[in-house]
Design a binder for this molecule. Sequence first.
Ligand SMILES: *Cc1c(COP(=O)(O)O)cnc(C)c1O
Length: 378
Amino acid sequence: MTSRIQRYLADAQPQTPCLVVDLEAVAEAYESLQRSLPMATIYYAMKANPAKPVLQLLAGMGSSFDCASVYEIEDALAAGAPVEKLSFGNTIKKQSDIARARAWGVDMYAFDSVAELTKLAAAAPGAKVYCRLVMDGAGADWPLARKFGCELEMAYDLMLKARDLGLDPYGLSFHVGSQQRDVGQWDLAVGRTAMLFTDLAEAGVKLRMVNIGGGFTARYRTEAPDQHDHATAVIEALNKHFGNRMPEVVVEPGRSMVGDAGIIQAEVVLISTKGYDDDTRWVYLDIGKFGGLIETMDEAIKYRFRTPYDGENARTSPVIIAGPTCDEVDVLYRDSGYELPDALNVGDKIEILSTGAYTTTYCSVGFNGLPPLETHCI
Ligand SMILES: *Cc1c(COP(=O)(O)O)cnc(C)c1O
């Protein structure tokens, strides 16, 4: 836990559940990625955490922004980002929204199908467009892959068509899958991209940009390569496949920019067992899947917990950790072998670490009357 967050929680005693984001840690994540990948332009994937102070901080540091909707574009502009630094990176856009973004001056758009390309040609003539390639998400805890992108052969045809429709065939993108634990995926993805660059150059379309998406990690319970390990593998792959024909490189980190910078504080609402022969404790918190922890779906993302009783001598035993709502699916962890201290009591505060990404944005609206997860940026 960052000591600044610890101090804030002790001093301010905020109402739980809440997310506290350490802006200095966000700044550090941005700077360290820029150091590790000096040739890349960072487009922050705002969906990970669009809190205004986070956007303002990154805009002030010169970050670009990957926006998925006209609302995100408005938020990025309001935070001070110049329109030249925004891309409309969602492959699924209404034509009316493309027209709005174009009117504001957004010049870079993603697509992965002929129907989307047709919309772009109609609503954003002359814009820079890039085609997303499909990946299988292997090695990733939160795949983000199969839904998006098209096969290489189709991407080839679509980039030629982009040119014929009067758009600027600018580059290619992919996403290796979020919380990627296999750095070998970069070589695969960059290799396929470079192959397509070559084929298209032979057909007279000279691409200028490769967008490597996100995939960089936060620190959860399962060991994973860190941002620097990933960056090293990216650079190796780029050098190997593009050599001295290096295009512009765009990277779109979300999770790694804000994940480790945030901590959720929650309260233990209830501890119980289900029968006299079953002594597994159920620990119910005041936050669950509908309060922002939806990435625990299928126990995909395994958060780390801190309690007041942690330490070498703390006696622990298996628990099932669940949320407070009246819904059967609102169980966080049943099968992943979580243990918590035997001393844990109803009313204790508990911290859920590395929860700065993909929490507040996933919070439901008023389910069981519960208010949305509050963010405190410090
Ligand atoms: C969500 C998303 C990202 C961010 O991915 P992370 O793994 O969180 O870094 C980047 N690019 C696109 C297109 C996305 O949809």
